[in-house]
Design a protein around this ligand. Structure first.
Ligand code: ATP
Length: 436
């Protein structure tokens, strides 16, 4: 696999409609991105792959979709108002601002090279504050959630009572979170507005360690199953001084980004901190009564917390490849079929009217089940390359023989191998090849 530079992915994403700089016609809005026709499909595929594994294929996890705006009480209880901050230093020479914990040398300014030019570190809260209603001022303040997790904790009782689940069980959520990051960057790796996929898994306290280990392994395996080579991933337990205010143990699933190893997902043991805090602040009992043992307890929580956008970046980086086909270089995204924006492209060999009805009919049949691209312009070789570059696993070519023999050619992205298949067998053949 070619070593993937970030620039190659950024360029491909712009060129092919995965990701655009936000508000570009106004000069762009720094470190903010819009997802184009292909990027939005891929984001949806990442979310769906997560929901499929974490909710659909389990009988012990339910999904919720909580509000993004929340009153200050939620974040007072969670500790975010007091603790969710980064230490900031300013360079008195070049006036740039840095996160102290990101500096390789705490005395050396990476902006201008000055030494000993930093101010004392100040805590900078990362939450976005806004106002609900027409009056700005105290009493109207609300916050945009910096993580989806609190939605699960404040709904713990609702879900417990309506879903008939009992620990060990989980509440999952996919949705946007907002952090006023001081140093956003590295493309979609760190932005101020992003999407998370989080699970709060509630367990009897004595089972906490065993479920933590289980989720660390299960989450690592999820990325491998979706095509990231195992040697581009690692599980890194946090040192004590890295732990969040709520955590008794955290491991990061790290990915080998072009700039080095970095976090892809965090798996945290949140203990019973959040439920206790919300119980105390709300005056509600947030616990579970186990009728079998006659015991009442506050469940412990294991939280695998992933980022949709960051996962998309990792999947793209791992899938990017360049090879030589028939003496010609090509760019290919070797994306897992579940993640590829299109599963199939239908390509009539010529734009002539004679092929269009049959090609459209194939499109219409396959698009009942899959996201299918349809492209009839340019030479067929060029069209194959375009599909390779956006990761489409299969192309179906409709040619003039198809009108006679009722068959089409299936071309496979990775091997470029081509086979002739009866049109009548296409649906079953695609199912067999894609695996879904
Ligand atoms: P980091 O150390 O990179 O700031 P974090 O430890 O603060 O991340 P968590 O609070 O554990 O991140 O959030 C869980 C996941 O949400 C991260 O692993 C990441 O995938 C995603 N995430 C967090 N912050 C951002 C961001 N600013 N932009 C994009 N994704 C993010």
């Amino acid at each position: 696999m070619a070593a993937t530079e970030l620039d190659q992915i950024v360029n491909l994403c712009k060129r092919r409609g995965f990701v655009y700089p936000s508000a570009e016609i106004y000069g762009g809005f720094r470190s903010s991105y819009d997802y184009g026709p292909l990027g939005s499909l891929m984001l949806r595929n990442v979310r769906e792959a997560w929901v499929r594994t974490m909710v659909q294929q389990r009988d012990d996890v339910v999904l919720i979709d909580a509000a993004i705006l929340a009153p200050p009480q939620v974040f007072e209880a969670s500790g975010h108002l007091a603790n969710f901050s980064d230490p900031l230093v300013d360079c008195t020479k070049c006036k740039q601002r840095f996160r102290e914990d990101h500096l390789t040398d705490p005395n050396l300014c990476p902006g201008c090279g000055a030494t000993g030019s930093f101010t004392e570190a100040r805590a900078f809260n990362l939450m976005f504050k806004t106002f609900a209603g027409p009056v700005e001022g105290s009493g109207a303040e609300v916050y945009m959630r910096p993580e989806t997790a609190q939605g699960m904790f404040v709904n713990f009782l609702n879900v417990l009572q309506t879903s008939r689940k009992k620990p060990p069980f989980g509440i999952a959520q996919v949705g946007k979170s907002f952090r006023n990051e001081i140093t956003p960057g590295n493309f979609i790796f760190r932005t101020r507005e992003f999407e998370q996929m989080e699970l709060e898994f509630f367990v009897p306290p004595a089972e906490s360690a065993q479920w933590y280990e289980y989720w660390c392994n299960a989450r690592l395996q999820w990325y491998i199953d979706l095509g990231i080579p195992a040697d581009m991933l690692m599980l890194r337990p946090h040192d004590d001084d890295e732990l969040s205010h709520y955590s008794s143990g955290t491991s990061d699933i790290e990915f080998k980004y072009p700039w080095g190893w970095g976090e892809l997902e965090g798996v945290a043991q949140r203990t019973n901190y959040d439920l206790n805090q919300h119980a105390q602040h709300s005056g509600q009992k947030l616990d579970y009564f186990d009728q079998a043992t006659n015991e009442r307890y506050v469940p412990f929580v294991i939280e695998p917390a992933a980022g949709v956008n960051r996962a998309m970046a990792a999947f793209l980086l791992a899938a990017y490849d360049e090879d030589i086909i028939n003496d010609e270089p090509r760019t290919v995204l070797r994306l897992h079929p579940r993640l590829a924006p299109f599963k199939v492209a239908v390509l009539p060999l010529s734009k002539k009217d004679t092929l269009t009805p049959l090609a459209k009919q194939i499109f219409s049949t396959l698009s009942e089940r899959y996201m299918v691209d349809y492209d009839e312009t340019q030479a067929i070789g060029k069209r194959y390359r375009r599909q390779d570059e956006i990761g489409t696993p299969f192309c179906i070519t409709v040619d003039f023989d198809s009108l006679e023999d009722g068959a089409v050619t299936i071309r496979e992205r990775d091997t470029t191998e081509q086979v002739r298949v009866p049109i009548a067998d296409l649906s079953i053949e695609m199912f067999r090849r894609l695996g879904f």
